[in-house]
Design a protein around this ligand. Structure first.
Ligand code: ZN
Ligand code: ZN
Length: 622
């Protein structure tokens, strides 16, 4: 008999009767047990009964049971499986690594003219989503209409969801507009669909039109904003959610906290952390890492470490987040200590950990340590370096002035160098004055990245440094002719939970007159200290005086002046800058920290600078 192959050899230690067997089946917890019970069913003549068979199929097709092939064998031996059994086996395959099997089974279901119910479609459409099969989805859509399920919101919602996932948003919208009784899932799928295709504004309109929003609606919209780098909007929405009295779930919290991290909004991040404690939300590993990342990026390493200490089972992500924190704060030695401590307690570093530790070596100028760690990746840890790791090492060598070694690494690396890698070498050429190599790389970068304004500015600056004015002007003209603009410098300072933004030369701020008066006062004191503006990094086709004003208007200076007006003496000033801080602003900020006895923490595009008493933690090496 074919079924013999199914009967397991392990025997139960007692012989249950029919009732006991069925009740055992309901309490079964793993495949071994299930096979024993199934064997007992044969003995008792229950093996062809619909209900216990359905129970067996349900158990074997559930996620993580590992029983899908067993389920298939059982299913194949049922004479006439009913709709429930077909749905069950289709669902099992839709969620598996072989979703195409679900569609094949559905073909058989049609051939055998098995009646459908509204649960048949969601599983099929799930398989389509996993296979990215738009055409099959459209065929199933036709079936839904043909079989008269088009008014069943459950079936329609899964269709809507499938279209939204494929980015076929117009089809999804047509469907949505025709649903007579939309439920909350229909609305949420539509919001999700618009977010996935980048139409954030439309997603928000749908969100606003929704009468009853649940936690999924809020979370989808908040995460959508964060994904689109609209972090302020995400924070605002989180507060609206609070006012609406909806308790956030962990996904909403992770998104909101990451918005705080991007904005450097420490006060709001702290507030959310307190809120999490207050309402007793379980801090899972993902939420812990989000909190660590937020404190790290807002410059509060102490609090990041405090969150880390409270994690019961510290995984590689939590360790990596801390190592990355020390990296961007320029504390390379500390990062190295944590890196070895982590391995001592048995946690293996992964690729992201290596990015963090190599960044740490690069920012702290630890050349030998960085090189030897990079070399150990494949040899000791069996990790193949990615382009990001090559980028870190090029940066490390470049900063240390080992330009030829960096160039050699780029020429011999197994992956094609990207703009980040060339950009790192170009920066090194500027810092170390290798203008010939700089010109070569500058041209490569413009070829690779013709729409990126910063690339033109860099090449023009290199020409200017080499006093080749005609070339410098030519590059700038190319940029203007192509209508390319450079990303404007923007600095923000967060005061009592409100973030104030400043742009270079900005006159739109409501307190601009007060800020300018403050700046005049600062400039006077700087001059008394013997400070002269550095213009080396600027494009030198301006008259000297113009250059000086251009530098004076850099956004971080406006933000610092505003910070000095609005904070108490002795209070730390925290600034977030979207670009790399320029040489002149760096010098000025050091002086201000001394003259005004203030600690100033500045996060630029890649790292932190902590200015105090005339010095910076980066050691002028950034
Ligand atoms: Zn500047
Ligand atoms: Zn610095």
């Amino acid at each position: 008999m074919a079924l013999v192959s199914l009967t397991p050899t392990i025997k139960l230690s007692w012989e249950p009767n029919a009732t006991q067997t069925l009740s055992l089946l309901n309490r079964c917890s793993n495949m071994e047990e299930l096979k024993q019970i199934h064997a007992q069913m044969f003995k008792l003549g229950l093996a062809n009964e619909t209900v216990p068979l359905s129970n067996i199929l349900t158990f074997c097709t559930s996620r993580n049971s590992g029983g899908l092939s067993y389920a298939q064998m059982v299913f194949d031996r049922v004479n006439t499986p009913d709709t429930f059994m077909w749905n069950t086996i289709i669902r099992g395959f839709a969620n598996s690594s072989e979703p195409e099997q679900a569609l094949l089974l559905y073909q058989q279901m049609l051939t055998h003219s098995v009646p459908h119910n509204s649960y048949t479609f969601p599983f099929l459409l799930k398989a389509c989503s996993n296979l990215s099969a738009l055409e099959v989805t459209q065929q199933i859509h036709a079936q839904i209409i043909k079989l008269g399920f088009s008014s069943e919101v459950f079936a329609i919602n899964s269709l809507l969801h499938a279209y939204a996932i494929f980015g076929s948003i117009e089809s999804a919208r047509l469907l949505f507009d025709r649903i007579p009784h939309r439920d909350i899932v229909s609305w949420n799928s539509m919001i999700d669909g618009y977010i996935k295709c980048g139409a954030i504004k439309t997603a928000h309109e749908i969100f606003n039109d929704m009468k009853a929003k649940n936690v999924v609606s809020w979370t989808t919209m908040i995460s959508g904003y964060v994904g689109a780098s609209m972090n302020k909007e995400a924070l605002n929405l989180f507060h609206e959610m609070q006012i609406a009295g909806v308790k956030p779930d962990n996904i909403a919290l992770v998104s909101t906290i990451s918005a705080c991290a991007h904005l450097g909004a420490l006060d709001q991040g702290r507030w959310i952390h307190k809120y999490i404690k207050k309402i007793g939300i379980q801090v899972d590993p993902i939420l812990s890492c989000a909190l660590i990342d937020m404190y790290v990026k807002c410059g509060d390493m102490e609090e990041a470490l405090e969150v880390f200490r409270r994690i019961e089972k510290k995984g590689v992500s939590a360790w990596t987040a801390i190592i990355f924190g020390f990296a961007i704060h320029g504390q390379g030695r500390e990062a190295l200590n944590w890196f070895s401590e982590m391995q001592k307690v048995g946690i293996k570093p992964n690729l992201i950990t290596f990015t963090a530790i190599l960044t740490a070596c690069s920012y702290a100028g630890l050349v030998d340590e960085g090189k030897s760690l990079f070399e150990s990746m494949e040899r000791k840890h069996n990790l193949k370096p990615t382009i990001e790791h090559y980028g870190c090492v090029v940066d490390l060598l470049g900063r240390a002035g080992l330009l030829m070694e960096a160039k050699k690494l780029i020429d011999t690396m197994p992956v094609r160098p990207n703009s980040v890698i060339w950009g790192a070498l170009l920066k090194a050429c500027r810092i170390h004055g290798n203008l010939n190599l700089g010109k070569q790389i500058g041209k490569i970068l413009i070829e690779n990245d013709p729409e990126h304004g910063g690339r033109y500015i860099h090449l023009a600056t290199i020409y200017a440094m080499a006093r080749e004015w005609d070339h410098a002007v030519e590059v700038r003209r190319q940029m203007i002719d192509k209508g390319i603009t450079k990303l404007p410098g923007c600095s923000s300072i967060s005061l009592s939970g409100i973030s104030h933004e400043f742009f270079a030369g900005d006159r739109s701020h409501p307190h601009i007159d007060e800020i300018n008066r403050m700046w005049d006062q600062i400039a006077k004191r700087l001059k008394q200290e013997g400070y002269k503006p550095s213009t080396r990094g600027l494009l030198l086709d301006l008259e000297d005086e113009e250059k000086e004003t251009a530098i004076q208007k850099h956004s971080e200076k406006l933000a610092i002046a505003f910070g000095l007006i609005k904070t108490q003496p002795g209070e730390t000033i925290r600034i977030i800058k979207n670009l790399r801080v320029c040489e002149d602003c760096h010098t000025v900020t050091k002086l201000i920290s001394k003259l005004y006895a203030r600690e100033i923490i500045m996060r630029d595009r890649t790292r932190f600078h902590l200015f105090s008493d005339g010095k910076c933690t980066c050691g002028d090496y950034w």
